[in-house]
Design a protein around this ligand. Structure first.
Ligand code: HEC
Ligand code: HEC
Length: 386
């Protein structure tokens, strides 16, 4: 019932998926789609099916609980694990696994076996139900990113990102960020700044994490590869009601509107200590949008060589395995004791995350280590409070 009601609202609302500000009605419908537990096709409710056939989670909330990022939770056996982490497969140049594709699909619709299972704490351990990984394919962990304040990144013009890369290139210092320039524009979403727009990131998540196709990613079988023939033989939920896909572009647009409604805390005080320790040369406190707003960012949206310690061998097209987008230091609602830091969650605290900074951030790490203990605490508290 919810489905049909939402669709009616969708049709009546008139969308502007790239609108600068979130329309409250679109955002409400978008939240319903964000929270929806999708079900396998075919079902009697056309608007809720299309899950999988392979999937990692049935909903966005499954990984982004309360619209936030990954968090630590206690398993039934009393041990701890990360909720909202995925295993990515690839080579340093971004080629994905010939059998498993981009991501380990840990769930499947009835009648189909999942690709395997994974635990993330104390470290990555995964099993595969099919063949071994292809030659030269590595496995890497990616944590679900917090979503507060991220919608506004969509409104940052390419030039605002490119000008910082140009300034880095001119400067004599060690920080040499570069933009992920793609044929579609400058990438800004994801650990590797792979996606150029919020809509693209949302459509990608639907396709690869949940198994739902849309006009941007017309993949009714999600991450199933040509070798996964059992998966390809399952029914899908594509329908003429949704531009021939499982989700229409309007549905992607309202989810993007919902994300735009998740505001970051305003930047009230800029910390001199943060800048003096070299953090702000990558974690730029604010960025300017095309309509002149200063938005909280704590990222330059550039890719940086973070050294071999953060190189997991899994690159993406045009982005090397040791290059990472400066992580936006916008905390969501997960309390620090239930957070993990860095792309793979290998750091339990902010201080541990800084200790793993190397490559272009080696200098800043040195400055941090040289701080007096009380200044270290002040800096960590500042970061946790953003
Ligand atoms: C299986 C877990 C999972 C599910 C389900 C999931 N995500 Fe994510 N999300 C992630 C991971 C992991 C990343 C980082 C991916 C990367 O960059 O490699 C991410 C990144 C994002 C980002 C980028 C944030 C930033 O800082 O750039 C957005 C936006 C997002 N997800 C929205 C969604 C939406 C909307 C849905 C539902 C359609 C969704 N996600 C479903 C795990 C998930
Ligand atoms: C050369 C650019 C650069 C500098 C300088 C830098 N960082 Fe980072 N920072 C990054 C990148 C890139 C990541 C993501 C790395 C990863 O996940 O592998 C990151 C990640 C982090 C994280 C983890 C965030 C998360 O959500 O997981 C924290 C915390 C952090 N940085 C704090 C700092 C502090 C504090 C300083 C100053 C002492 C600093 N950084 C200096 C580039 C930089």
């Amino acid at each position: 019932m919810l489905a049909r009601a939402s669709i009616v609202i969708l049709l009546a609302a008139g969308f502007a998926s790239s609108a600068v500000r979130a329309d409250p009605l679109d955002a409400a419908v978008g939240k319903a789609l964000f929270d929806r537990q999708w079900i396998p096709a075919p079902s009697s409710t056309n608007g809720t099916d299309g899950l999988g056939p392979l999937f990692v989670s049935r909903s966005c909330t499954g990984c982004h609980a309360r619209s936030d990022g990954a968090h630590v939770a206690t398993r039934e056996d009393g041990t701890q694990d990360i909720v909202g982490a995925v295993v990515r497969f690839g080579k340093a140049d971004g080629i994905t696994d010939p059998f498993y594709g981009l991501e380990l699909q840990t769930n499947a619709v009835p009648g189909l076996e999942p690709e395997g299972s994974a635990h993330f704490l104390p470290e990555l351990k995964y099993t595969l139900n099919g063949p071994a990984l292809g030659a030269g394919i590595h496995a890497g962990v990616r944590l679900a990113l917090p979503l507060f304040g991220k919608g506004a990144f969509n409104d940052v013009p390419d030039d605002e990102i490119l000008k910082r890369a140009a300034a880095n290139a001119r400067d004599a210092g060690p920080v040499k960020g570069r933009a992920n320039v793609t044929p579609r524009g400058v990438g800004r979403y994801g650990w590797k700044a792979a996606h150029v727009s919020l809509e693209e990131q949302v459509a990608h998540a639907f396709a690869f994490d949940i198994g739902l196709s849309s006009p941007l990613f017309p993949l009714p079988y999600g991450d199933c590869t040509a070798l996964e023939t059992t998966c390809l033989a399952m029914p899908n939920g594509e329908s003429p009601d949704f531009e021939g896909r499982e989700l229409s572009s309007q549905m992607i647009g309202v989810v993007a509107s919902f994300l735009k409604s998740l505001r970051a805390r305003p930047v009230t005080e800029e910390s001199r200590l943060f800048a003096a320790t070299g953090c702000a040369s990558c974690h730029t406190p604010t960025l300017r949008t095309k309509d002149g707003r200063e938005i909280p960012a704590f990222t330059d949206l550039l890719l940086h060589d973070m050294g071999r310690g953060l190189d997991d061998g899994v690159g993406e097209p045009g982005v090397k395995s040791f290059e990472w987008r400066t992580a936006p230091l916008i905390s969501g609602r997960v309390p620090p004791e239930r957070r993990r830091y860095l792309h793979d969650g290998s750091a339990a605290t902010v201080a541990e995350a800084i200790e793993k900074h190397s490559g272009e951030a080696e200098h800043a790490r040195g400055l941090f280590e040289a701080l007096r203990p009380d200044d270290k605490t002040r800096l960590v508290d500042y970061v946790n409070g953003l």
